[in-house]
Design a binder for this molecule. Sequence first.
Ligand code: SAH
Ligand code: F3S
Length: 439
Amino acid sequence: MKKIYIKTWGCQMNEYDSIMITNLLEKKNGYKTTNIPEKADVLILNTCSIREKAQEKVFHQLGRWKKLKNKNTSIIIAVGGCVASQEGEEIFKRANYVDIIFGPQTLHRLPKMLGQVEKNNLSIMDISFPLLEKFKNTSHYEKIGYTAFISIMEGCNKYCSFCVVPYTRGREVSRPCDDILFEISELADKGVREINLLGQNVNAYQGLTFDGKICYFSELLRLVAEIDGIDRIRFTTSNPLEFTDDIINVYRDTPKLVSFLHLPVQSGSDKILQLMKRSYTTDQYQKIIEKLIHVRPNIQISSDFIVGFPGESEKDFQKTLDFINKINFDMSFSFIYSHRPGTPASEMIDNTPIEEKKKRLYILQDNINQKTMIWSKKMLGSIQNVLVEGISKKNIMELSGRTENNRIVTFKGSPKMIGKFVPLKIKQTHTHLLKGEII
Ligand code: SAH
Ligand code: F3S
């Protein structure tokens, strides 16, 4: 039996795609996964190109695999994901020992491509965008724990000036509503309790129903909430641009939807937001949050930030810090702006020194970490509903689970609790980690 080794970098979409690849090759094509690259017949790299460093990492990794191929020339190396989509032929030029280049939308063609390479010993590339085809051709998501990610849409039409996603993943396309609901029902039957709806822009979801009508994101959320067995619903990532009142109303009506929202604002300066082509203002963002707090007073908000965007002055950065205080974010993923070839921002004049950008990132992260700590401390003594995921990685005498606001809680309990919701009293708090006690 041939062995495959998959290395995955980047966002949750990539993680999801790698699971699809594994299912496809194991179930339909008789390959077996190995965790040891030295033992593999096929090495697959699922790549990310969101920032420069992620992209460079790909060629370092391929260099390592080249050594394995030098020893055993029958090894097949396949490169997929966003770097494959963006670079295409260039990968063959820079690493001529690569056999297959596939894109995020053509992963289901991998078995056929592998067969062709084995037969003809010629390299092959397919980075086209046959929309939704991969979902029709891959086996259903397998249960891997009590919480599951489900891709509901792909791609992005927003073309923020700094971002490669619209070019690498293609335009927005939504999966049919019934396919998603069927998949979630199957997972619920297998014991999954929490669903995380996945997409580059989930709130742009517009899936077809069985009778040809359009189902919008708010409606999809309500339908998922009706599925027996699913008791917690999350989604990643949404965009402030289409965060309409009908979605806010779901927060009002549907307790299964968590009181925790990742809504990337990117900057607190309207000038920078405009240069980023984000198509909303800080005021509009704040209004969304105010409406959410109105229907869910305990909601916590996290965000992504880009610091050192071309033209970001000290004053603009200060506006971001002020905005962080205003919204009182719970958490963030924050990055220094990374120049991405082919994007409009890469043509803009960028004269802030890198040392200054690093300083700004440090200040921003320090600021948000303090807020995370304060939010965690507020939880001390409270009762939290925890979905128990398994034995704690740090201490085998303890169990570990997650709160609604995504904090990991460890506690002493019985293994029978795994896969169930358990109310716990929070006894100790660290920034991201809590200790709890059964009540
Ligand atoms: N659809 C999401 C973002 C997806 S990309 C949204 O609307 O916000 C994930 C994150 O990567 C972005 O939120 C952004 O903060 C970061 N990112 C994207 N391109 C980047 C770049 N060129 N440099 C630095 N960070 C970037
Ligand atoms: Fe990227 Fe903006 Fe879309 S950040 S994924 S182009 S919403």
